[in-house]
Design a protein around this ligand. Structure first.
Ligand code: GLA
Length: 378
């Protein structure tokens, strides 16, 4: 009892003193209302070391992600909007989960077990990123979690049989984890009651210089890939797996993104720059380094590790200054880049590519990590 009386003044003081900084963890707030009246929430996930990631359960979109520069200054390194309405109006997949099939399926058609399936055509004659209302435009169920120093969000979505033309009810879980050592871990899981293609990815656009309209052409990129999949004018793979050696697609040594982006090369012309799938070394399903990006002015480094066989490097070629994002930044041509880990585009029509078909009784399971550091750390 005596001990309690001695402690009492301290207890009273700590209740009445101003609120200390909130503990690292997950907090939420309303982001906006969908046309059907449902509410979208933003979850703010904070790591003990200072990184902040904001995610909305609409499309699983990462709306903000801060990372330190070489002087320890945290800045937002992803493109996006600060208001919900802008995401509803027009977005080139800023920060979103992509599914049921990331990237293109030729003519929006594929054959599976003797049946032909027709998908929504939302990219000329082709199907792109899951269709008209892909996983980037649906409301996910969200559950925040904290385990020791790691905080994150579990997102769940039940994709009904026939959605955008795909067969089978697909149960999807995507987990985002922010770790104390400045990593964002993406863990994807899915099961189905009918065979279906599945190829999930994350479509964050990065500018490691911080929030600006500056181009990403001075960022130095390394891709751990000796081959890539050339495409036709519609960005559909021709089926060939071509060596990168001697081409503008050779990023095996760190090279500025802009160094060869305007070369007179058939593949650069077809992609309007870089918008291709690189074949990661060994086609292994082990977690391994796929890409490293270094931004020379801030010193920021982002590494991508994945269990996927491929990575789409997209150099923001369709950004053209018509979209204005957070902080009033006008998203000019090539002011953001994406590194989308994935199975190869159009795999359901390419028997020689690794299969993307998930069958009942199987579990689709894959992980990707974005790890942030600076050139002062090494
Ligand atoms: C992917 C595609 C690109 C483009 C962007 C979004 O990266 O490969 O061609 O559609 O998404 O604009």
């Amino acid at each position: 009892m005596r001990r309690f009386l001695i402690l009492l003044p301290f207890l009273v003081m700590s209740c009445t003193s101003p609120q200390p900084d909130p503990e690292p963890g997950v907090r939420s707030r309303t982001f906006g209302t969908l046309p059907d009246g449902r509410e979208a929430t933003i979850y703010q996930i904070e790591s003990p070391t200072g990184m902040v990631m904001e995610v909305t359960n609409y499309g699983g979109i990462i709306t903000r992600l801060t990372a330190p520069n070489r002087d320890g200054i945290y800045e937002d390194v992803v493109l996006g909007y600060d208001n919900f309405g802008a995401y509803l109006e027009e977005t080139p997949y800023f920060g979103a989960i992509i599914g049921r099939y990331g990237n293109r399926i030729a003519d929006g058609e594929f054959e599976l077990d003797g049946e032909t399936y027709s998908l929504a055509k939302n990219n000329g004659e082709n199907h792109l990123h899951g269709g008209i209302q892909g996983f980037d435009k649906v409301l996910w169920e969200a559950e925040p979690f904290s385990v020791e120093n790691e905080h994150g969000l579990i997102l769940r979505y039940e994709s009904p049989d026939g959605e955008e033309g795909y067969p089978g009810n697909l149960s999807v879980t995507v987990t985002y984890t922010l770790t104390a050592d400045n990593r964002v871990i993406f863990s994807y899981q899915a099961t189905t009651d009918k065979a279906t293609p599945v190829n999930l990815t994350q479509h964050s656009y990065f500018n490691l210089a911080g929030p600006s309209s500056e181009s990403i052409l001075d960022h130095e990129l390394m891709l751990a890939a000796d081959h890539f999949t050339p495409v036709d004018e519609g960005l559909i793979p021709t089926g060939e797996i071509r060596p990168v050696e001697g081409t503008p697609f050779d990023f095996t040594e760190p090279t500025p993104i802009g160094a060869r982006i305007d070369q007179d090369d058939e593949q650069i012309v077809n992609g309007l720059g870089y918008d291709h799938n690189w074949v990661l070394s060994g086609l292994s399903s082990d977690m391994r380094l796929a890409a490293r990006v270094h931004e020379p002015t801030s010193g920021r480094i982002m590494e991508v590790m994945t269990e996927e066989p491929g990575i789409q490097f997209y150099s923001g070629n369709f950004l053209d200054g018509t979209l204005t994002g957070k902080y009033g930044a006008v998203y000019e041509h090539r002011s953001g880049f994406c590194l989308e880990t994935q199975h190869f585009p159009d795999s359901p029509n390419q028997p020689a590519f690794p299969s993307t078909i998930l069958r009942p009784g199987e579990t689709y399971q894959t992980r990707t990590v974005y790890a942030f550091s600076t050139d002062a750390d090494s």
